[in-house]
Design a protein around this ligand. Structure first.
Ligand code: NDP
Ligand code: HSE
Length: 434
């Protein structure tokens, strides 16, 4: 079979890594794909830098459309990021009947429904393994490996940058700013790192995982998102005292009344697998009714791990080029005409256990008043302890049993109004993932 011709949009961390993997493993990849995969054109901003790295045999342009419209190209690989140019290029590639591989979770979380519909109409593939959890083949695992299951929930550490920051701060006493700068230097962070630290990148990925797991359209706007910027060091150490580790988790769960879709710092049992995922590693747990709980672990970001996922998609597309498109694996695991309209639940309907910390005046009756409000809201206390704070003040820490988020909201509002409460109450969610 003659080589498959590929155009790369972007030659940064992931684009450069993709080139490296395609070059260093060319023969092994050809043995798997059934043909060689050849990069014939690349788009970048800085022509000189790219020319120095790629040599003279490859067409290089600063206009992505030149690559998309290149007559020899079979597959367009989008590794630039963002939602504007990247969307125009992908839609143009699809319009021309070209297959697309992308690592762009932001684009798919926001415009995936439109992109997949257009691709379906044109009978082309849009493959996106690298968009979720870097090098871990989680998209393929859910879409194909677990296809027999009714999936009940998916939960995981799906942002390498934040996990790296939390690990560096906890294990090496590095400051938040230093850890973030290291994550950027190592190529883990997004072009705009607020996407990482505010939980947006994890929510982009979770949106895709939720669609793959439950066969619903992508609905990023319905996701509840909290990042790690407001996480206090004292809450991390109180959590440890209670036997938990704090991780930024993405959680999506199917319930009879809808789907939970949420990203937030979460207390997980210290002995659990997720608690022990360090650095830029990711781990995703998927619970299916037939298989039970499964866990997928590996590098969640960075040059070669992400390239591994991009190249896996290229090989998949190469293998499927001769297959009639209606017999290919569906983009979001479920057939395009069999998507469900199950609603995403508002955060107030989410069920979770909670960690609550409040700074109070240290005097008799305080605990009784707080406990009364929790009891009236039907929130049962699992454990509590008190820590002395400033002069005459104390921190009270509660772990609750499972409760409705709306009930917790109401109780927090009332507790916050008590005259002896000295600071904003901290609320973190607790998941035992059992
Ligand atoms: P980089 O910033 O390292 O690379 C971006 C590339 O796009 C650069 O080559 C840049 O050109 C090029 N580029 C930017 N704007 C334009 C433009 N207007 N026209 C042409 N080329 C342009 O990003 P990453 O490689 O880190 O990320 C790429 C994508 O992969 C993003 O969607 C990201 O979310 C996703 N991703 C990243 C991972 C990671 O670990 N880094 C992991 C998983 C997904 P130049 O080189 O000239 O600056
Ligand atoms: N910025 C992302 C992360 C890259 O840190 O996980 C991988 O998607």
């Amino acid at each position: 079979m003659s080589p498959i011709k590929v155009g790369l949009l972007g030659f940064g961390v992931v684009g450069g890594g993709t080139w490296k993997v395609l070059t260093q493993n060319a023969d092994e990849i050809a043995r798997r794909a059934g043909c060689h995969i050849e990069v014939v054109a690349v788009a970048v901003r800085d022509l000189e830098k790219a020319r120095g790295l790629l040599g003279d045999d490859i067409a290089i342009s600063t206009d992505g459309m030149d690559v998309v419209n290149h007559p020899d190209i079979d597959i367009v690989v989008e590794l630039v990021g963002g939602e504007t140019l990247a969307k125009d290029w992908i839609m143009q590639a699809i319009a021309q009947g070209k297959h697309v591989v992308t690592a762009n979770k932001a684009l798919l979380a926001l415009h995936g429904n439109e992109i997949f519909a257009a691709a379906h109409d044109k009978g082309v593939m849009v493959a996106f393994e690298a968009a979720v959890a870097g090098g871990i083949p989680i998209v393929k695992s859910i879409r194909e490996g677990l296809t027999a299951n009714r999936i009940e929930w998916v939960a995981g550490i799906i942002n390498g940058t934040t996990n790296f920051i939390l690990s560096e701060m906890r294990s090496h006493g590095v400051s938040f700013a230093e850890a973030l700068a290291d994550a950027q230097r190592l190529g883990y962070a997004e072009a705009d790192p607020t996407f990482d630290i505010e939980g947006v990148d994890a929510a982009h990925k979770l949106t895709l995982l939720s669609s793959l797991a439950f066969g619903v359209p992508v609905q990023f706007d319905a996701a509840h998102i909290e990042g790690i910027t407001t996480l206090a060091a004292e809450d991390i150490s109180h959590a440890e005292r209670l036997g938990y580790t704090v991780k930024l988790l993405g959680i999506t769960r199917r319930r009879s009344d809808g789907i939970e879709l949420r990203v937030h710092p979460t207390l997980v049992p210290a002995e659990s697998l997720l608690a022990n995922v360090q650095g830029a590693m990711n781990a995703v747990m998927v619970h299916g009714d037939a298989v039970g709980s499964t866990v997928y672990y590996g590098a969640g970001a960075g040059e070669l791990p992400t390239a591994s996922a991009v190249v896996a998609d290229l090989v998949d597309v190469a293998r499927l080029l001769t297959a009639d498109h209606v017999h290919r694996v569906p983009y979001l695991a479920f057939q395009q005409n069999a998507m469900a309209d199950t609603p995403i639940l508002p955060m107030s309907e989410v069920l979770s256990s909670y960690y609550l910390r409040l700074r109070v005046e240290d005097r008799p009756g305080v605990l009784a008043d707080v406990s009364r409000i929790l009891a009236q809201a039907h929130i049962s206390i699992g454990s509590m302890f008190q820590e002395p704070a400033n002069d005459g003040e104390a921190d009270i820490i509660f772990l609750t049993h499972e409760a409705r988020e709306g009930s917790i909201d109401l109780a927090i509002e009332q507790i916050q109004r008590l005259e002896f409460v000295r600071s904003k109450l901290t609320r973190l969610r607790v998941e035992n993932l059992g």
